[in-house]
Design a protein around this ligand. Structure first.
Ligand SMILES: Nc1ncnc2c1ncn2[C@@H]1O[C@H](COP(=O)(O)OP(=O)(O)OP(=O)(O)O)[C@@H](O)[C@H]1O
Length: 729
């Protein structure tokens, strides 16, 4: 072969057909995700250089971006800054959590101190009894040390082996040691003697103190190694530490194929994006579930997860990480079962008033963090099986509303046990019992509220636009008494009695639905509690439109979704997982973006009474105690009448102009429950929506004395009434 001969032929290999393009990010061998955009498919050119890549790929859609540009490290680092862990621990940043921790530490120290202080004499006796043995140990120990007894076995060993050299060496060593030890022992003895003499010359207190200290030290030395001096003040029930191994074991026990694949041989494993840390009274693990597994899959197997973690169900709380992907699980494992934790005191239990436009404290979540409710512009539905804690949960927003002196309360407890009788002190309307009369009164009150909606809507519409920027009652408008736009809170406990009533049920359902839909913007808030959430006992219009829902323990999916909303059960929000012991614990939906596990504050009868007394005092001070609580006739006035009809009814034949003050006095006589306390200014405001204004009119007082005062022209009332009746037709 000459050097000019070609070495071989260059063959153009045919391009292999490309596999179907994909956007899925494959994993590296180590399980980590490769960049989401794989590099472009191979472009080996069969026709030599110059052939257009587009030609090769003709007929195919290239979905993955070719990774042509070199990675910009700075850009990548800026984009992927990682999740920064807080500098200050979250429990220290939350005032309530920090306060709870400090309170715990102080309580703990106090308990330990008290426990040992109470046992002080016992400890003294124990030390005294053990001190002779201690003295014996000191004497023997000193003697052995002085004679270098500890090296005796070595010397004996050398003698036994007849090793004269070693024996003599050890003996010399011993003599040296013993010489200076004897000197030291002698000095110690002399020192002790001197100390004893000076103590015996000192006063009684010094003698007693030194004697006690010597006895204590000798007692301590004389204590057998298997015994203790102090008893145990706190028996540790410390929950086991949560480790990644335990979490993976628990997840693998759920029977989810993708997890099993991931943890099995050759699988990518389960990753933890952050270390497992203490978070409040429990452990928090952030877990990246295998691809395709969602947090809902875990939440709906909470009981199995608890079994896998070997913890009580009430300690195990899987949640989604709201700002992350659907597979990022935040697993919080409490030290104590949620139902065993002592309920904290309601922040408003002793002092303070509430403002329904602001958040009110409702309960605490599984980590002990406060959970609040904002009732204004919302309605609330509470549901559970009997005895799960509905009425107690209802008490919290009810008492908060009572502590807002501007809010009018209408309370109907249709079980008849008087669970809400504290509200008699503050409620405008109050009724208790499952009887037809109470249910009838409840319906009449509901009708009145419905009618009130019209009035409020007109009042609101009649206001200048800058005062009602969102066409809603604002705190400023609610504060103006004359407008009558104050918060109105209508509470029905055991509302199934009302909605399933054969005579009143249908109308009550229609009214409640309308109030829920329209009342929100007008300051009307409906709070309903039921133990029978089915479609006969809870109108679908109510269950579909209510904003805030609190579902305690229920038996099935139907009840769960009826209270919490459609598909909640499917999404893993299951109040069916609560046990009989989980009283007062439920899912709160509608307040935060995500459902919250919440335990309502526990307010027993006497506490509720005391709070109601405070609320009554606040109402008296604000002159807002009306109706039932004020001892007035609260017979609902809604029989189809309106303000115009009422004014027409109090006008006397022949009158053409009447002072406003005369009208309000007559109205209060006509319907004390509705008009007592009305002022001429309030009347003027209430007439504005009808286009009627008050002006100076000539009139006479009861003594026949004439004067010009603010009043109305009777013909305006008749004309407006006529107009409303025509509209209604
Ligand atoms: N937040 C809470 N913390 C602790 N215990 C609670 C809590 N809420 C309720 N309980 C307990 O649960 C019991 C039942 O509560 P409640 O009377 O509110 O139940 P219910 O669901 O209204 O029952 P029913 O349907 O029979 O009226 C109460 O006696 C109380 O001891």
């Amino acid at each position: 072969m000459t050097t000019n001969e070609p070495m071989g032929e260059v063959i153009n290999l045919p391009v292999r057909p490309d596999p179907a393009p994909t956007t899925a990010a494959p994993t590296d061998a180590d399980g980590g995700a490769r960049p989401p955009f794989p590099t472009a498919p191979a472009t080996s050119d069969p026709d030599g250089p110059g052939r257009d890549v587009g030609e090769v790929l003709e007929g195919k859609v290239l979905v993955d971006q070719p990774d042509t540009d070199r990675p910009d490290i700075r850009k990548r680092m800026l984009a992927d800054t990682g999740q920064r862990r807080p500098i200050i621990a979250p429990w220290l940043r939350d005032r309530n959590e920090a306060r709870a921790t400090v309170r715990w530490a102080v309580g703990y120290a106090g308990h330990v101190t008290g426990y040992h202080a109470a046992r002080f004499p016992l400890y003294g006796l124990r030390l005294a009894l053990r001190s002779p043995r201690g003295l014996w140990r000191v004497v023997v120990g000193t003697w052995r040390w002085t004679c270098d007894a500890e090296a005796m076995p070595l010397r004996m060993h050398a003698a036994d082996r007849k090793d004269a050299d070693t024996y003599l060496k050890l003996l010399r060593e011993r003599d040296d040691r013993v010489r200076w030890r004897r000197i030291m022992a002698g000095a110690g003895l002399a020192g002790t003697g001197l100390a004893a003499m000076s103590v015996s010359a000192a006063g009684g207190i010094t003698q007693a103190t030194v004697f006690a200290a010597v006895v204590a030290v000798l007692g301590w030395i004389g204590t057998p190694s298997d015994k203790r001096i102090l008893d145990t003040a706190v028996v540790s029930t410390k929950a086991p530490k949560l480790t990644s191994e335990i979490v993976v074991r628990a997840l693998a026990s759920l029977g989810i194929a993708e997890i099993n694949k991931a943890v099995g041989k050759g699988g990518g494993g389960i990753t933890f994006p952050a270390p497992i840390t203490r978070d409040g009274p429990g452990w928090r693990a952030d877990v990246d579930l295998p691809y395709g597994v969602t947090v809902t899959d875990i939440m709906e197997r909470r009981d199995r997860l608890a079994s896998g973690l070997r913890r009580p169900l009430g300690c195990v709380w899987p949640e989604p990480a709201h700002d992350q992907h659907a597979g990022r699980l935040v697993l919080w494992v409490g030290d104590q079962d949620m139902n065993q934790v002592k309920p904290p005191v309601w922040p408003l239990a002793k002092t303070g008033t509430a403002d329904l436009f602001k958040a009110i404290p409702f309960g605490t979540d599984q980590r002990g963090r406060p959970v609040t409710l904002t009732l204004m512009y919302a309605n609330m539905l509470i549901g559970a099986m009997p005895g799960a804690g509905k009425t107690f949960a209802l008490k919290v927003p009810l008492l908060a509303a009572a502590l807002d002196p501007t809010a009018q309360l209408r309370v109907f407890e249709l079980k008849g046990t008087g669970d809400l009788d504290f509200s008699e002190k503050v409620a405008h309307h109050y009724g208790s019992g499952p009887d037809d009369t109470t249910i009838g009164e409840c319906l009449a009150s509901l009708r009145e509220v419905y009618k009130e909606l019209e009035k409020r809507a007109k009042t609101l519409a009649g206001l200048p636009k800058d005062l009602r920027p969102e066409n809603k009652v604002t705190p400023q408008l609610a504060a103006r008494k004359s407008l009558g736009l104050h918060p109105l809170v209508f509470v029905v406990d055991e509302c199934q009695e009302l909605f399933s009533h054969p005579e009143y049920g249908a109308e009550a359902g229609t009214l409640a639905t309308a109030i829920i839909k329209r009342g929100r913007a007008l300051g009307v808030i409906l709070l309903l509690a039921t133990q029978r959430p089915d479609k006969d006992s809870l109108p679908t219009g109510v269950s579909a439109n209510v904003g805030i829902r609190f579902c305690l323990r229920v038996m099935g999916q139907l009840e769960n979704d009826m209270i919490l909303g459609t598909s909640m059960y499917k999404n893993g929000i299951r109040a069916t997982t609560f046990t009989k012991q989980d009283k007062g614990i439920g899912y709160l939906v509608g307040e935060a973006d995500e459902p919250q596990i919440t335990r309502g504050y526990y307010l027993d009868g006497p506490t509720a009474d005391r709070i109601a007394d405070r609320a009554r005092a606040a109402r008296k001070a604000a002159s807002t105690l009306t109706g039932y609580a004020a001892g007035e006739d609260t017979t609902p006035t809604d029989d189809g009448t309106s303000l115009l009809a009422d004014i027409a009814a109090v006008l006397r034949p022949g009158e053409d102009k009447v002072w406003s003050e005369t009208i309000v006095t007559r109205l209060a006589e006509l319907r004390p429950g509705l008009y007592t306390g009305w002022t001429p200014a309030q009347l003027a405001d209430a007439l504005k929506p009808y286009g009627i204004t008050t002006a100076q009119v000539w009139g006479q007082d009861e003594n026949g004395k004439g004067a010009n005062r603010r009043g109305i022209a009777c013909e305006h009332i008749t004309a407006a009434l006529e107009a409303t009746r025509t509209d209604a037709k």
